[in-house]
Ligand binder design. Structure first.
Ligand SMILES: NC(=O)c1ccc[n+]([C@@H]2O[C@H](COP(=O)([O-])OP(=O)(O)OC[C@H]3O[C@@H](n4cnc5c(N)ncnc54)[C@H](O)[C@@H]3O)[C@@H](O)[C@H]2O)c1
Length: 292
């Protein structure tokens, strides 16, 4: 998909990785609709601060929404389409990693798991579906298909859109310390494949990116300290947290290469979180910032 001149929606566009994807897309000449849960006035103000020129200001729109709420997501997407037009893709970065104290009662983590799934799993399904519907409605109009047949029967062999979801390396091999967050990202990997198959007749590709540890607000303070120690001990190369730009260049590749579909690209420096058990070092939970 050509980036220049196309409109992309970036969810979580006020966060660490989302704002870097917004920057990359603007730099490549795209129009960008940013969706985040942050209230409209504050979100627009935070976005405006990061913009470099009047040209960039003309090519961006902020729309407050929760990605897991169908009506709020539909309102935001309709607003973006009305203001920017030519919707070609979704870069879905919004996600949560909720931390809580460890407890020996596993059931204490149930509520947190439910909240995590609501955003990371249901949210991925909901925003992906709403954006795909908007691209399909646009395709119908562009190809004059709605006049000829009921909308659900048409197919196209032209590329009409592209979706890039944010999974995580821990979705590939969930382990103890990411008890709920890990499986929520496994769900993102699964949805990427099923959406890719489902949306193939619509000419929409769906891929995901799986970062390792990235220095963003999701990983600050004690957490980044902890992860950096882990990366130093167990990483492959480079043995450190990556920068958001390492991930946005993978997103760009997934948008631009029309032959990559139903795939996941890991940006981890080879690191994978496999186990928390280090024999002879006591309870590994003692050294961790919290249960995710
Ligand atoms: N930072 C990492 O190390 C890392 C590693 C692997 C995967 N990821 C994934 O990358 C994505 C981006 O992470 P980040 O580090 O930029 O996090 P971040 O916390 O900096 O940004 C997340 C953004 O999502 C928004 N958001 C949360 N819930 C929302 C909702 N319901 N609706 C709309 N917006 C919502 C937040 O307001 C925030 O702006 C996430 O999906 C995360 O799970 C991050």
């Amino acid at each position: 998909m050509k980036i220049s001149g196309s409109t992309f929606i970036v969810t979580g566009g006020l966060g660490g990785l989302g704002s870097e994807c917004v920057r990359m897309l603007l730099e490549q000449g795209a129009c960008v609709g940013v969706i985040d849960i942050v209230e409209q006035g504050e979100g627009s103000a935070r976005l405006a601060k990061a913009l470099q020129s009047d040209d960039e200001r003309r090519r961006i729109v902020y729309a407050q929404a929760s990605i897991s709420d169908r009506s709020s997501a539909e309102r935001a997407v309709a607003d973006i389409v009305a203001k920017l037009g030519n919707l070609r893709g979704l870069v879905h970065c919004a996600g949560v990693a909720l931390r809580q104290e460890f407890s020996n009662k596993m059931a204490d983590a149930v509520d947190q798991f439910r909240k995590t799934l609501e955003v990371n799993a249901v949210g991925t399904f909901c925003i992906g579906a709403v954006v795909a519907d908007a691209i399909n409605a646009q395709t119908e109009k562009e190809l004059g298909l709605s006049a000829q047949a009921p909308s659900r029967f048409w197919t196209t062999d032209q590329e009409r859109g592209v979706i890039v979801n944010f999974a995580s390396v821990v979705g590939h091999e969930p382990s103890a310390r990411i008890l709920g967050y890990g499986p929520s990202k496994t769900c993102v990997l699964g949805l990427t494949k099923s959406f890719a198959d489902f949306l193939a007749p619509s000419g929409i590709r769906v891929n995901s990116v799986s970062p390792g540890i990235v220095a963003t607000p999701m990983n600050t303070g004690k957490a980044l300290e902890f992860f950096n120690k882990d990366l130093l001990a167990n990483g492959v190369f480079p043995k450190r947290a990556s920068e958001p730009a390492h991930v946005s260049s993978a997103v760009r590749f997934l948008i631009e290469n029309e032959f990559v579909n139903a795939e996941d690209v890991k940006v981890t420096g080879g690191w994978r979180i496999v186990t928390t058990t280090f024999p002879g070092q006591g309870d590994p939970r003692d050294s961790m910032p919290g249960l995710e």
